[in-house]
Design a protein around this ligand. Sequence first.
Ligand code: FES
Length: 114
Amino acid sequence: MRQQAAAAGSGTERAAGAERAGAERAGRLLIVRVDGEELVTESGRTVAGLLLALGRVSWRTTRGGGPPRGVFCGIGVCHDCLVVVNGAPDVRACQRLVRGGDDIRTQDGAELPA
Ligand code: FES
């Protein structure tokens, strides 16, 4: 199942057959997974940009009590935006560009590498 972006024109949505295949070959579209949902998104955006385009404002919880966190500084300083990417925890979503095949997961507190 493919996930569609909440906002129209966000660049993260379902692409149709031949158009999608051509865009993938040209490197403009990437297929990724976010919390188990496969989706197609444009290349050149950060993980945080992708998650925000999906309408998500928080995607991790802290170790102490579990309050939600998302983007705070947006420049790699605060570490509020941590996600698990391809089994590696504590990836700053605002600094990591999305790559084809990425498996992006919400991070719950402190996680150990897979
Ligand atoms: S939002 Fe501050 S490090 Fe990503």
